[in-house]
Design a protein around this ligand. Structure first.
Ligand code: SF4
Length: 317
């Protein structure tokens, strides 16, 4: 992503000295916000099928997914090393032994160098974190938590089923175990102003967050937000507004916070709006151009905006 952003690819190159490809995996876990433990309807924007290669209720066995994705990445990107990215649903939401068995699959693939687990902030505890920390000796280990927003009224509206404090608690517990923390943040959430978005950036900058993944609020078919959108109740950010907000956000966070992604994408057959999110390279270019014009970059306002320096790359070599 260039000289203005600390991109995930640059982080991986620094760490492993070669191209490392992320393999998106669906371990078949469910989500407490769908199975009734917390709720049944899920987050208002979520359609699990809309974002993954192996989406669906009955994904192929994990080993098959890994082999298939590895072969593709070897041919397409000449990748030599890989990260197992447990992406779909809530990847810490199962009994401990099931989690261990699931994560252990990576041990059969010597070219896997990283374990990345995506989950909800209210779905970890000490035992789960100890288990995940046990992989640190051999792998680059991250937990990516769905934060979305630091505003509880927004979290309530989008039906997350947790509050901001859950994220703070999970991030702190995770960092204490020397596991790197990633935050998934949505820009353009219903009812949020620029000030709200920047407040979230300031809060992220104060927490032990080592990586961030941005998601543009988009509308997928068969979601609650689709209903609102079709009734004209949900305004979406324009390309320009998104880039502007993104640059403002990036200026506030730490310059060493890894940026996993600048914009979400979605399967064309599921995507209602806006269609521009799938033009990833245009977003990346626009962000770089904007920084060039502003004469700023990621971290330009850090720590002054956040008030605290938190260089959170514990465990990075
Ligand atoms: S976005 Fe994540 S937490 Fe929300 S319903 Fe979907 S899988 Fe569950």
């Amino acid at each position: 992503m260039g000289e203005y952003i600390y991109a995930f690819s640059a982080y991986l190159k620094d760490k492993f000295g070669t191209r490392v490809q992320r393999l998106s995996l669906n371990a078949g876990f469910t989500c407490p916000n769908r199975d009734g433990k917390i709720g049944k309807n899920g987050c208002i924007y979520c359609n699990d099928e809309g974002f993954s290669h192996f989406a669906g209720k009955k994904p192929p066995p994990l080993k098959q997914q890994i082999r298939q994705s590895m072969d593709y990445a070897k041919k397409r990107y000449k990748a030599k090393k890989f990260i197992a990215y447990f992406q779909n649903a809530t990847n810490t939401y199962a009994p401990l032994e099931k989690l261990r068995k699931t994560y252990d699959v990576i041990k059969e693939f010597p070219d896997i160098v990283g374990l990345y687990i995506s989950t909800r902030p209210d779905c970890v505890d000490k035992k789960i974190l100890n288990l995940i920390a046990s992989y640190r000796r051999d792998y680059d280990v991250w937990i990516e938590y769905g934060l979305q927003s630091s505003h509880d009224r927004t979290l309530h509206f989008i039906n997350r089923g947790h509050i901001f404090h859950d994220f703070v608690k999970a991030a702190e517990m995770t960092a204490e175990k020397d596991i790197k923390v990633g935050a998934h943040v949505i820009i353009g959430l219903p009812g949020e102003t620029k000030e709200d978005i920047l407040k979230t950036a300031e809060k992220v900058a104060r927490l032990p967050v080592s990586g961030i993944k941005f998601h543009m609020m988009h509308v997928l078919k068969k979601t609650k937000i689709e209903e609102y959108y079709r009734k004209g109740k949900i305004p979406l950010l324009s390309f320009k507004e998104y880039v502007n907000n993104l640059c403002d956000f990036l200026e506030i966070i730490s310059p060493v916070c890894v940026v996993f992604r600048l914009v979400s994408d979605a399967r064309e057959d599921f995507l209602v709006a806006p269609k521009w999110i799938n033009k990833k390279s245009e977003v990346i270019k626009a962000v770089n151009d904007e920084f060039k014009e502003r004469k700023t970059k990621q971290g330009s306002k850090y720590p002054s905006a956040s008030g605290v320096v938190y260089i959170s790359m514990k465990g990075q070599q």
